[in-house]
Ligand binder design. Structure first.
Ligand SMILES: C[S@@+](CC[C@H](N)C(=O)[O-])C[C@H]1O[C@@H](n2cnc3c(N)ncnc32)[C@H](O)[C@@H]1O
Length: 182
């Protein structure tokens, strides 16, 4: 993470209800773009000066300009992303020349039931979002990536890979990554 976020433009991918926003709230950023596929979750995101919310599927549409973002974050999100290369390439494209992508990855074994309403058009899409019990409940697919696949996608995108294991009492449970624009 850069030593100072003063004046920075931050893009939080898969921001959800913004429960990690408080880490950045008092850091003096200029813009904070929170993007999530779920309008319902994003509706709970904290709002303040410089914060803008966007409902988007990052597997598809990337609204930001090239080299426009200083810090991209995505916490607990890669578990839901099928195409890692598309994500890594898109992040690399929007990062400034000194930009950094900070994200976590926790290998999953169980499916995750997402019961909030997602964008209507997702209802008609292939396998990724499937109607589970009724019209308003969706199962968002979990993707079990290997760390090597994540690192390969980052390297192919031209990002320098840094990582740190995250542990609890049972041992290593995940990793935090930094992808640095080289
Ligand atoms: C486990 S939550 C993490 C939320 C938040 N980053 C946090 O740390 O609390 C995963 C988030 O990713 C979002 N998400 C999943 N697939 C997505 C996609 N294709 N495009 C945008 N957001 C997505 C979900 O809606 C959800 O808010």
């Amino acid at each position: 993470m850069p030593r100072s976020l003063r004046g920075a433009t931050i893009l939080d991918i898969g921001a959800g209800d913004g429960r990690t926003f408080h880490w950045f709230a008092d850091e003096g950023f200029e813009h904070y773009y929170a993007v999530d596929i779920s309008r319902d979750l994003l509706a709970h995101h904290p709002q303040s000066k410089g914060v803008e919310l966007f409902v988007r599927d990052v597997e598809e549409e990337w609204p930001r300009d090239d080299k426009s973002i200083d810090v991209v974050t995505s916490f607990f999100v890669l578990e839901h992303i099928e195409d890692l290369q598309h994500l890594a390439d898109s992040v690399e494209r929007v990062l400034t020349d000194t930009g950094v992508w900070i994200f976590t990855y926790f290998p999953q074994r169980r499916e995750f039931i997402h019961s909030v309403e997602v964008e209507k058009e997702k209802k008609t899409k292939g396998e990724k979002v499937q109607v589970k019990y009724d019209e308003e409940k969706f199962k968002i697919q979990m993707y079990c990536h290997r760390y090597e696949e994540i690192e390969e996608a980052m390297s192919r995108a031209g990002l320098e890979v840094h990582s740190m294991d995250l542990s609890d009492s049972d041992g290593v449970i995940g990793r935090v990554y930094a992808g640095v624009k080289g």
